[in-house]
Design a protein around this ligand. Structure first.
Ligand code: SAH
Ligand code: SF4
Length: 407
């Protein structure tokens, strides 16, 4: 849970308080917001009402200035402006793909003299019937899956709940996704009168279940019925398989679950998704069978990246079907997205289709995820902030792979 103490505005404080030193209230969970107001001296009996007002301005109206909050007392507005901001993560770069996908590189405020302000990426994928925002849960990732760009990034830290919500606020700002706002040129306008950002997937940078508390709190803000009002069923959390936190995710958030499976036996999964050594496939699938609320109407998505000659044989497609027997499942085949220095190739299209047909004939929905935003490196697994240099790890792995191939 994020808690912030308001910056004191007493005259004994050093006079010039730079804006960056003030905390931002944008993205904060309700309890943290109330705590901040309490720190400002708002009387206990008014706290709920005042927090509710701020909540409405922040999450329904998308206010970016305390001055907009016309029903909040002027004195409180002045106090708020003196002590806090409504800053979103800073947009370092916005890229728009030929297919309408947008990628934002966002700089988070620094948290100490040693923290230069980490960067994360966030991707918006417009489709005919929905707009999906892919958010990051960590800066970088500690897990080192061998086919993933994010795992090569050195700097890793957990995002606060407010920094996760901040990504959604940035997207809504840039898309003009608030009542009464005119969307900027080029924004995707839903043709069913729906929301611009209707779905959220935790499939950006990081392992959400290594940051479960903040992910849970951010989902609390995103789904609040008096705020952003996103549906739990339209939020999907993808994990590489942090087994101990899977049940908790279900009970504490009720969101949809996606599992990055990518292999059908432990020997291969140990190499592709090394967390498998700690929580092997049998344990992972048991956690899926036990996932709270799982049913045919709420299936678990199994993600399977298609790596040429590595995991894409029809024998593996059959093994996949066998493995998932009895679990309400959808299988999502992801064509591998190459990145500079990656050691794998994407399976041939023909092979992906054969694999998909076999899985489909066995009764599973098996869409092939159309790569989106490849031209701006916004596709799955291509995310990595540019500030970090690629590690020598990728090169080492290439050498290992070549050595294996030579045997
Ligand atoms: N850490 C979480 C969520 C982020 S990754 C997880 O691993 O599930 C989101 C998805 O993209 C995962 O299924 C991941 O395995 C996949 N992915 C990673 N790198 C990829 C690449 N280069 N090409 C295609 N998919 C990739
Ligand atoms: Fe981390 Fe997911 Fe990438 Fe693995 S695939 S390195 S868990 S972000």
């Amino acid at each position: 849970m994020t808690t912030l103490s308001p910056v004191s505005t007493e005259k004994t404080q050093p006079a010039a308080l730079s804006v960056a030193e003030k905390p931002s209230l944008a993205g904060l969970p309700r309890a943290a917001l109330a705590e901040f107001l309490r720190g400002l001296g708002v009387p206990e009996k008014e706290l709920r009402m005042r927090a509710g007002q701020l909540w409405h301005w922040l999450y329904v109206r998308g206010a970016t200035s305390f001055d907009d909050m016309t029903n909040v007392a002027k004195t409180l507005r002045a106090q708020l402006s003196a002590a806090a901001t409504l800053d979103r993560p800073e947009i370092v770069r916005e890229q728009i793909s030929a297919d309408g996908t947008r990628k934002w590189v966002l700089r988070l405020p620094s948290r100490s003299a040693f923290d230069k302000g980490a960067e994360v990426e966030c991707v918006y994928i417009p489709e005919k019937d929905r707009g999906t925002l892919c958010v990051s849960s960590q800066v970088g990732c500690t897990l080192n899956c061998s086919f993933c760009h994010t795992g090569t990034q050195k700097l890793v830290r957990n995002l606060e709940a407010s920094e996760i919500v901040g990504q959604v606020l940035v997207a809504r700002d840039r898309l003009g996704d608030y009542p009464g706002r005119t969307p900027p040129d080029g924004a995707f306008v839903p043709n069913d009168g729906g929301r611009f950002v209707s779905n959220i997937v935790f499939m950006g940078m990081g392992e959400p279940l290594y940051n479960t508390d903040n992910v849970r709190d951010s989902i609390g803000v995103l789904t609040d019925p008096e705020g952003l009002q996103l549906s739990k069923r339209r939020i999907t959390v993808s994990t590489s398989g942090v087994v101990p936190d899977i049940a908790r995710l279900g009970t504490e958030t009720g969101t949809m679950l996606a599992i990055s499976l990518h292999a059908t036996n432990d020997a291969l999964r140990d190499v592709l998704v090394p967390i498998n050594k700690k929580y092997p496939i049998a344990q992972l699938l048991q956690a899926c069978r036990d996932y709270p609320g799982v049913s045919n109407a709420r299936r678990i998505t199994f993600e399977y990246v298609m790596l040429k000659g590595v995991n894409d044989s029809l024998a593996e497609a059959r093994a996949l079907v066998k493995l998932l027997k009895g679990i309400p499942a959808k299988i999502n085949l992801i064509p591998f997205n190459p990145w500079p220095g990656s050691i794998y190739e994407c399976s041939d299209w023909e092979q992906i289709e054969k694999f998909s047909d076999l899985v489909f004939d066995a009764g599973y929905s098996s869409p092939i995820r159309t790569p989106r935003g490849r031209d701006i490196l916004a596709a799955c697994g291509q995310l990595k902030s540019d500030t970090e240099k690629m590690r020598a790890r990728a090169r080492l792995m290439l050498e290992e792979q070549l050595a294996l191939g030579a045997d």
